[in-house]
Design a protein around this ligand. Sequence first.
Ligand code: C2O
Ligand code: CU
Ligand code: CU
Length: 502
Amino acid sequence: MKIQKLHLKTILAGLVTTLVTTQAVGMGGCMMGCTTTTIDPPRGAAFTDPVTMANISTIPGIVEVNLEAKIAPINVNGVTANLMTYNGTYPAPTIKVKKGDLLRVHFKNSLPYTGVNMMGDDRDLTNLHTHGLHVSPEGNSDNAMLSFMSGATFDYEYDLSLHPGGNLNFYHPHRHGNTAEQLWGGMAGALEVADETTALAGYETHTMVLKDISLDGSAPAAHTMDDFMNGKEGDVMMVNGKVNPVLNMKPGQVQRWKIVNASNARFYKLSLASHSIQIIGTDGGLLNKPYPQSSIVLSPGERIDVMVKASTTKGYYKLLSNPYNRGMGMMSGSGGSQTVTLLTVNVTGTAVANSIPATINSNAVRLAVPAGIPTRQITLSMGMMGGMEAYINGIAFSATNAYTAYSSLNTYEIWEVFNNSMMDHPFHQHVNPVQVISISGGDTAYKNFYTTSPAWKDTVIVPKGGSVKLLVPIKDFTGTTMFHCHILEHEDIGMMGLWVIQ
Ligand code: C2O
Ligand code: CU
Ligand code: CU
C-alpha cells in the first residue's frame, strides 16, 4: 500500500488548523480516496461545567425550573453568534434531579417567528423532549407530539418515581421538521439523575456536552438539502461551548466524566493520550464494574459515564476524537475522517493516590432473552440522491402517515433493526431503554462492549449495511411515543416511527 502525505496550513473559522492529507491506495473500505484531517486548535480557556439550572422550588421532592427558548448572543470561539438557546446560555443549564422527584418545567417559547424552513415548518414552533427519561409520554409529561408557537407557555411535569438513578439524560427540542435546525442552533442541555449509590460521591465529577457548529457571520450556518441527507457537521468542535478547553487533573487523580454527544450528526471516537478510559455507565445507568477501553465511539444522542485515572507524569494529554467512517456514500464533508483535539488534560499539582472502584452498581445485570417473545423488524433506509426523504419500513414519517409499532405493556420484544443505507444511523427510542443482543457491522470495540455488558441503551448505532438486535422491555407507561434516527436531519426528513404502547 502506498501512502503519500501532504501538509498544509489553513485558517478555518478562526482556528489555526493543520491539515494532513493522506492518500491511501488500494485500501479496502476506502472508496473515495482516504483523506484525513487533523484539527488541533491551540489550548483554550479553562474547562468549565455547564451552569446548573436554578431550582425555584423549596419543597423537598419537587424540582421546579424556568426554561425559555430564545435567541441569545453566545461567544463561539471568539465570535459573538446569535444562537438558539435555552435561558440564553450554551450549553443550556444542567437540570439536576433524583429518582422519585417531580420535575416541573415552566416552559416559554420566545423564539421569534421568522417564516418557514426548508421542511415547510414554521421556524418558531418548538417543544421539549427529555431524552432518556423513563417517564410517561402522555399529557404534560414527555409528550413529543405537542408543539408551541412563539409566545406560548406550557408547564411540563415529569414524575421520576420509576426512573432509575445514576444516569445522564439530554433535553432538546422535538418538533418534527424543526428538530435538526434547533439542536444545531444550540438548544441542548444535560439532565442528570443523581446516583442511588454513594460509592462514587468522593470523585471529582464533570459533565461534558459535545457539539459542533459552523457559523455564517453571526448566525448558525443554514441547512442545505445535502445537510438533510448527510446530517450536518460543523467545523468548530466544542466541549461545553469551548474549543479545546484545559481540564486540570492531579497526578494519580481519578475523575468521573459524564459525556453526551449533543451534535446533530458528528460521531466521536474518543481516546485520551496515554490513558485508558473506563466506562462505568451508559445511556440508561451505571454498570456493574468499570470497562476499560482504548477508544469509545459515541454517536449523536448517546451518553457515557467514564472514569479516568490521571498519569503520574505531569504534562498535557489530548482528548481526541479519532476518524470513524460513519459512511457518506458519494457525499463529502464528513468529520469522520478527522482527528480532532476536543480537550486537553493538564496533569499538574500534588499527586494523589485515587483508585477506580472495582464494583460500581451490583444491581446492573444483563437480561436473559425470554423464550418465545415476538420479533419486530424495522428497516431504515434513505431516499435516492436529491429525494430528501428517509424511511422506516418504507414510510417517511408525516403527521398523517407513519410506520406504527403496537406493543403491549409488561411484555418483552426483540427489535431487529436493519440499515439498508450507506451510512450509520443511531437508532433511538423514547421511554424504555433496551439491552443490545447483537450488532452486525461497525466498530468492533463498540460491538464487544455493548453486546456483553449490562448496558442500558436508548440510542444504538445501526452500522451501514448492518443490523442490531435489541431486547426491549415495555414497562410502566402506556401512550404514544416514537423511535427515530438521532441524526436529527434524518428524523426531520422522515426516519421516524410511532410506538403505541397499550
Ligand atoms: Cu433525543 Cu426523540 O430524541
Ligand atoms: Cu429521545
Ligand atoms: Cu440516520
